[in-house]
Design a protein around this ligand. Structure first.
Ligand SMILES: Nc1ncnc2c1ncn2[C@@H]1O[C@H](COP(=O)(O)OP(=O)(O)OP(=O)(O)O)[C@@H](O)[C@H]1O
Length: 235
């Protein structure tokens, strides 16, 4: 498999303490990959490591074969990676359209194709272009956050728990949007607490425990794995 993103034995953490003790994963172009695992396993930390938000003390992170380990976040964005954090991911006092505009601040030139692309993926947002992001539902705000990241036309989108706090209906909608984003040519790496639902929808998954890989496979393989089910999916 030719990797778009490849993490190899990544170690690192906050301050002096290592949280990641050797995390390896790959995401192929046009693939949805999910990271699941218990609380505190290091799922969000692994994602932050890719985006340059913590000190990586060992291993490597490559995008299309290019080493981005330790680069500044703006360089990582230039390499084609965008990240949507779990909280505080929209400007609530700004309209939907202004949020998208902010997303594109690193880009120059005509953005009309980028707006068209985002609004085609998120018809709900197109209807609410002038609404304040703070007045939208949680699911719609998540769409704004994803749309804002997509304004930079990344090759891969990193999503930290995009369905946290959402109703099952919105969770399904966000998963469907992820499929549409993938089908438009952007790979997705996401962290999910809703492990069963996420594995059922993702192309492949990784189970992380205590800062290291424990299991990997297609979503269907992981769902069918007895140990995964007993240890990580509640039986
Ligand atoms: N900014 C931070 N500073 C110090 N320690 C942190 C920080 N963020 C997370 N940690 C610690 O790193 C460990 C892994 O956290 P992380 O958020 O990556 O876990 P997770 O697998 O995403 O689980 P959760 O679902 O609970 O978020 C935890 O012990 C957490 O307390």
């Amino acid at each position: 498999m030719s990797a778009l993103l490849a993490m190899d034995k990544v170690r690192g953490g906050y301050g002096d303490a290592d949280i990641l003790l050797g995390v390896s994963l790959v995401v192929a172009p046009r693939e949805i990959v999910v990271i699941v695992g218990p609380n505190g396993a290091g799922k969000s930390t692994a994602m932050k490591a890719v985006f340059g938000l913590l000190k990586v003390r060992g291993g490597s992170i490559l995008v299309e074969g290019r080493d981005i380990t330790g680069l500044a976040t703006n360089r990582i964005v230039e390499a084609g990676v965008c990240y949507v954090p779990q909280v505080d991911n929209v400007f609530r006092e700004m309209t939907v359209h202004e949020n998208l505009e902010m997303g594109a601040f690193l880009r120059k030139g005509d953005l009309s194709a980028a707006y068209d692309r985002v609004y085609a993926l998120f018809p709900d947002l197109k209807e609410r272009q002038k609404a304040l992001a703070g007045n939208l539902s949680g699911g719609q705000r998540q769409m704004v956050a994803m749309g804002r990241a997509l304004m930079l036309e990344p090759k891969i989108l990193l999503l930290d728990e995009p369905t946290a706090g959402l109703s099952p209906k919105y969770m399904e909608q966000i998963f469907q949007i992820c499929r549409d984003v993938r089908d438009s040519g952007v790979a997705i790496l996401l962290v999910e607490q809703h492990a069963k639902q996420a594995l059922a929808f993702a192309d492949r998954g990784y189970v992380l425990a205590q800062g290291a890989n424990r299991h990997e496979g297609t979503g269907a393989e992981l769902l069918a794995d007895r140990e995964v089910a007993e240890m990580f999916l509640g039986g």
